[in-house]
Write a protein that binds this ligand. Structure first.
Ligand SMILES: [Zn+2]
Ligand SMILES: [Zn+2]
Length: 320
């Protein structure tokens, strides 16, 4: 059986002609037979790509050979099948949509939280003078999060800046932020520093790297990912399931998209309820005329992105 890899990475590095770069990079990815999703902005790159081990190696070597991207830390997963169906490279105004577009205010290349390697994060996280802060959205931390982490009731990372005043009580603590792969923390920690938090750290490489290098210890539940796996296991040391079926309340790690494409909500649902509701979140969605066929996975190829930031500068991609 062919061996595939899925790569997750980001890089804050200035790209002078990001729009042209995106078009060229799409051609390059397609020439390697990769699938995935890459966002290109003047501030850097954010991508998840999937392909044969050989294609992924060529991709990493080529990207690393560019001095702008020499420092990229690729998180590499071995997968049975590619994690995407198509290849998209999109030009956007930010590599992660934060609404913090003014690089004079928030610029991770100039000021951001101190990076903690997974082992150092593990050693620090339970200290009395530390607060562990999850900067991800509701549907992500409801599936899994660090034990005792502070979470925020946000639908989208762009709502993060508004939530900062809720964290004022922690101003004298050391703040350790974390997210899936580290990219959101670059901006979240920069913003915390800008807002007067003095001692801010971020988990370098996010939950994914922590799972590989620190065994995922004390990460409870699963980690939501933005590809057709929907979630991955992180903790091989002391795993527990924390998520519950939205319909019956039973503990379940299974995350699906609602089969009603107009709802498409990400939520946890047990297999019994999945069968009964045909992968829908509610009776209303189950009776929706456009309901998609539930095959037990809860993943649908044309899933709209949970973070849809495409507003301007859209480039026409071949095959769309
Ligand atoms: Zn259930
Ligand atoms: Zn629904």
């Amino acid at each position: 059986m062919a061996q595939y890899n899925t790569l997750l990475y980001y890089c804050y590095s200035t790209i002078a002609d990001a729009e042209q770069f995106a078009a060229d990079h799409l051609k390059f990815c397609k020439s390697l037979g990769l699938t995935g999703r890459i966002i290109v902005a003047a501030e850097g790159l954010n991508g998840t790509v999937s392909g044969t081990t050989e294609a992924c190696k060529t991709y990493m070597d080529t990207v690393h050979a560019d001095p702008r991207f020499a420092g990229i830390d690729f998180k590499v997963d071995v997968v049975d099948t590619p994690s995407f169906v198509k290849m998209h490279v999109r030009y956007k105004s930010e590599i992660v949509h934060s609404g913090l577009r003014d690089p004079n205010v928030i610029n991770p290349q100039q000021q951001t939280g101190k990076h903690l390697e997974p082992k150092d994060f593990l050693a620090m996280k339970d200290r009395d003078d530390v607060v562990v802060l999850d900067v991800r959205s509701n549907y992500e931390h409801s599936l899994g999060k660090f034990k005792n982490a502070v979470t925020l009731d946000i639908e989208n990372f762009r709502d993060f800046p508004e939530m900062i005043n809720q964290l004022a009580q922690y101003k004298d603590k050391k703040i350790l932020t974390y997210c899936t792969g580290g990219i959101k923390c670059e901006k979240a920690s920069a913003l915390l520093l800008h807002e007067g938090f003095k001692d801010v750290y971020q988990l370098h490489g996010g939950i994914i790297k922590y799972g590989k290098e620190a065994g995922g210890e004390d990460f409870e539940g699963k980690c939501y990912v933005f590809d057709n796996r929907l979630s991955v296991d992180v903790n091989s040391v002391n795993p527990v399931v924390i998520s519950t079926c939205r319909n019956c309340g039973k503990v379940t790690p299974k995350m699906i998209n609602c089969a009603n494409p107009e709802c498409n909500e990400h939520f946890t649902q047990c297999d019994e309820c999945g069968t009964k509701l045909e992968g829908c979140c509610s009776d209303a969605c189950q009776s929706h005329p456009r309901k998609r066929e539930y095959d037990g996975t809860g993943y649908y190829v044309k899933v709209p992105q949970p973070v849809n930031v495409q507003k301007k500068g859209k480039i026409q991609l071949a095959g769309e």
